[in-house]
Design a protein around this ligand. Sequence first.
Ligand SMILES: [Mg+2]
Length: 269
Amino acid sequence: MGVQLYVFDLDGVLYRMDEPIHAAVQAVGRLQGRGCRVFYLPNNASKSRADYVRKLGAIGVRAAEEEVMTSGYALGQWFLERNEAGRTVYVIGESGLLDELGAAGMRIVDYSEKETADYVAVGWDRQFSYEKLANAHISISRGSKFIATNRDATFPDAGGRTLPGSGSLVAALVTSTGVQPIAIGKPEPYTLDLILRRTGVSPDQCMVIGDRIDTDIAIGKRVGARTALVLTGIHTRWDLERYPDLTPDLVLESLAELQRLESDPPSRS
Ligand SMILES: [Mg+2]
């Protein structure tokens, strides 16, 4: 059985910042035209699924909200699956995360001396401050459960430079509290597992396509999916040596190569 479901990372795969990668946009359109299922799996929790549908639409990629799996949305689903809706959560994060947790029925609370939140959730937050760090630190010290949307150290910015990612904010809290969070996004398996459960596709009929070995290829390997590294983003061919246990099934210079592979699919090694 061939690949039924393609799961694309976004930044470095379909676009770089706001610049579309045209060969990739065309490849997605061809797959959809052939009736393949396509999902989008960014790690960033600062945007909602609706934000991503708009962003993808603007570069010519057709996407429905239910085909976008962000770590913020996934965190909301994680709470729902555990019957935690209605519990309180102190959030370090941006509007995309607040929207998704609110939609999942979580009660988003400010820090209070009187009442300790059930959870502290941490995602990317460009208004991060010592005050927020202290609030989260005290809450966790008093027993709030510590959840991270993802632990990405950096975030790609324009001109090839990087900025501190959610993982750097999470690390500050790990250092102060000594507590390790439950992490939701890539490379943890939860988000991809949720996509597979919702589509009913088996892992060996799913291909994950991404530009980072330590997140995109890693999550694919962890659930037993096929994996393709595309060299249009963060990692290069030389980075493969640094991750000997995470060799992808395919390494593509560009997603233009996907067309050739669709007509002549490689057998699984
Ligand atoms: Mg990426």
